[in-house]
Ligand binder design. Structure first.
Ligand code: BGC
Length: 259
């Protein structure tokens, strides 16, 4: 079954139809720039243009870079503050006419990696997926089940958010070599390892493609592996999330009718 998956980011809004049984894209990705200041109504308008591009009518899933609890955003680290308290699912449903399911962007990427990518073989134990880009996103899986909205990028390291010290944006801003960046990232990883003792870290986001350049400098006990789905993970995971959430709601309705 093909479902529209969207990845709403600070610079672009990307979409594609995803075969949710295989995790593969059945169309090319379509990307429009995120409007300046990225306010809710403006972003919703661009999301509706992306849905229209595919002449899409089914349910859609979207990854969004904030704490998202039952469709409502509760933080706004790298987006306009007016998102806080916004029912993102309702906003996108109205804008597109498609029932929309929204989750944190790193949780979406993690779902895709666990189902179709680097996390496939880790169905037991604790897996931490980190997306390293403008911020640091996190997705935690316990025996294959997502524990959502963990926001490890905002854990403080020496008095500053981890993502201020060790995101890919920080590396670019400071013009660090991979080795210099790895020293900062190591501090974050050691903190996560001390607190959560995962079996494996999966490194995704923009920094995943350069994994071999910095992995050799990292010293931790857990296994550490690069993500496999690269920049598709977010939209693939969002599509999977939408199809599962919709199926759950339909079966709950069916059960109620049968009572
Ligand atoms: C946000 C997270 C998001 C991460 C990656 C952080 O700044 O707080 O919600 O997952 O960036 O986009």
């Amino acid at each position: 079954m093909d479902v529209l998956g969207l990845d709403i980011g600070g610079s672009g809004i990307k979409g594609a139809l995803v075969d949710v049984t295989t995790g593969s894209l059945t169309t090319e990705r379509f990307r429009l720039p995120t409007p300046e200041e990225a306010r809710p109504d403006d972003v919703a308008e661009v999301v509706s243009q992306v849905a229209q591009h595919f002449s899409y009518k089914g349910v859609l899933g979207a990854g969004f870079p904030a704490v998202v609890h039952h469709g409502v955003a509760y933080s706004a680290a790298n987006v306009d503050k007016s998102w806080i308290g916004t029912d993102v699912s309702a906003l996108l449903t109205t804008a597109t006419g498609c029932k929309s399911y929204v989750l944190n962007d790193a949780d979406a990427a993690g779902l895709a990696e666990m189902e179709f990518g680097a996390g496939r073989k880790y169905k037991r134990g604790v897996v931490i997926m980190l997306t390293i880009g403008t911020g640091i996103g996190s997705a935690v899986f316990i025996d294959g089940h997502l524990f959502p909205n963990t926001e490890f990028g905002h854990l403080e390291i020496r008095g500053k958010d981890a993502e201020r010290r060790a995101s890919d944006a920080a590396r670019e801003r400071k013009k660090w070599t991979w080795e210099e960046w790895a020293m900062r990232f190591q501090e974050a990883l050691s903190t996560y390892e001390r607190l959560f003792s995962p079996d494996v870290f999966i490194i995704g986001g923009g920094a995943s493609k350069s994994f071999n350049q910095y992995a050799k400098y990292l010293r931790i006990r857990a296994e550490i592996i690069p993500a496999q789905l690269l920049n598709q993970a977010g939209l693939v995971g969002a599509a999977v999330y939408a199809s599962r959430s919709n199926a759950l709601i339909r079966s709950a309705r069916g059960a109620k009718k049968a009572e």
